[in-house]
Design a protein around this ligand. Structure first.
Ligand SMILES: [Zn+2]
Length: 273
């Protein structure tokens, strides 16, 4: 189904994946009492009118992390959940500054983000939609407070950008992204926390990047092996036993691509420590 540039797919009853024209993804989970949108994509028009064609329940918003392509439309929602570590990083300035680069990158007008009103969440938080409970798994790295949301009813994990998106390497070069050793520690904990979720469907923050292409006719998987390979990749980078496979300019920074197994990352050399 198409709506104003969005592609809407009902993955299961009560679970929608919505992709915008820039390969950004959001997910709508509908419970018996209320609905929860995970992330917002980044297109110019308001998104609530589109979402209200899918449900008549009140809609709250949960953000996997505080980047423009995930939170651009947060001002349309009365309740916005964000991990306390990303709220703290926003207040310190790194994520807020990045937003200015984002306006230019995505060609969208500036907005005011009142992050002080966001509801801080931790791994203790459970968002109850009525019949569907959403749990929070901290997956620090891409941002300090990057979260994965778990839905036991639909057996789905909403991954945001925590470990990249299938064949597309994770962006770990950004201001606010953790150093490689801190990311490795976080992934080590994440692998333990994901033990009971390994068979769930992993849904990324940029789902179209996992779709089949001429080079990858079966698509690029986003699953537990991505997390395992990312952990191994960090170990190899820290031991200097792996060489970069790509190099790119991002504004004033030189960023390097490292790859291992079915995953990879873009990073500045100074973060490899
Ligand atoms: Zn991001």
């Amino acid at each position: 189904m198409k709506f104003n540039g969005y592609t809407i797919e009902e993955l299961q009853p009560g679970l929608y994946a919505i992709d915008d024209e820039k390969s950004d993804s959001m997910y709508l989970i509908v419970g018996s009492e209320k609905a929860l949108l995970i992330d917002t994509c980044v297109m110019q028009d308001d998104i609530l009118p589109m979402l209200q064609t899918l449900t008549d329940k009140p809609i709250e918003l949960a953000l996997t992390h505080a980047h423009i392509d995930h939170m651009y439309h947060s001002g349309e929602f009365g309740t916005v959940y964000l991990h306390e570590k990303d709220i703290a990083a926003w207040k310190k300035g790194s994520l807020k500054l990045l937003m200015y680069a984002g306006y230019a990158m995505f060609h969208v007008p500036r907005k005011k983000f009142n992050v002080a009103r966001f509801v801080p969440i931790t791994e203790e938080t459970v968002i109850d939609l009525g019949g569907v409970q959403i749990r929070v798994i901290l997956a620090s790295g891409h941002t300090p407070g990057s979260c994965i949301f778990a839905d036991d009813v639909h057996k789905a994990l909403f991954m945001g950008d925590a470990v990249g998106n299938g064949g597309v390497s994770a962006w770990m070069w950004l201001p606010g992204s953790l150093n490689t050793s801190a990311y490795r520690d976080s992934l080590e904990q994440l692998l333990v926390k994901l033990k009971s979720y390994e068979t769930y469907q992993f849904l990324g923050g940029h789902r179209p990047q996992t779709f089949p292409t001429a080079d990858a006719p079966d698509g690029n998987p986003l699953n537990i092996d991505v997390v395992k390979d990312m952990h191994t990749l960090c170990t190899k980078m820290l031991a200097h036993t792996i060489q970069p496979v790509g190099k790119e300019k991002q504004a004033v920074l030189t960023v390097w691509q490292y790859a291992y197994g079915i995953t990879g990352m873009w990073v500045t050399k100074r973060k490899i420590k």
